[in-house]
Design a protein around this ligand. Sequence first.
Ligand code: NI
Length: 256
Amino acid sequence: MLDTHCHLNDEQFDKDVDRVVNNFLHAGVDKAICVAWDIPSNEKAREIARKYDCVYYTVGVHPDNVADYDEQKLETLIKDAQKDERNKLVAVGEIGLDYYRIKDNKERQKKVFISQIELAFKFHLPIIIHCREAYGDTLEILKRYAPFKFGAVMHCYSGSLEYANELLKLGVKLSFTGVVTYKNANNVKEVAKSIPLDSFFLETDCPYLAPVPHRGERNEPAFVMDTAKYVADLREMSLSDLISATDQNATKFFKF
Ligand code: NI
């Protein structure tokens, strides 16, 4: 089982990252992808991936942090990864648009998103997309770049089934967090239940969004199992079949 999106580089894990990694290995999660959101978190993700065999990482600048985005710097980080004895950089992310927190820099956000999509293409890497309250503009940009030869995934999918189908048509995969287990998330449940088995995978987005029965706690990669159980029940299939399908999807996508 894989956790395809976690933030072990978040300061909430500074004190016990060893224990958190052991926990997920014992829970049957054999790989986790540590996702970056700004330059310091990029560097920290690489350090963690160097320390733990089972941790991979991404480089990217989240739309909340576009103010000091520097394309040159990001390109250097990708080239540095290629010099590593074992290159564990698996994607560019998380990148995208977020009009929830900051609404007055939409043009800047779009420019930075596009710049990072083009960087990913240049280095033949998949992209991990973050989208919040920016569905129209995100789709418009994705349409320009589809089909995604090296892969694209909309992380923490929480939109409608209709929007999901638009993304799938562009060849974009979806990824579900613990949000799918929340009582009021009927939209997400409907999507997770009905999209093709080869079109999605699972993640925690920890330390945020812990699935039921851990809701409200600090989330960690081990809890991706709770989301897997929930989605298996939704789709009326066995846990092992669900895990084997989503693992296969993620393994192909991130080229493990
Ligand atoms: Ni995230």
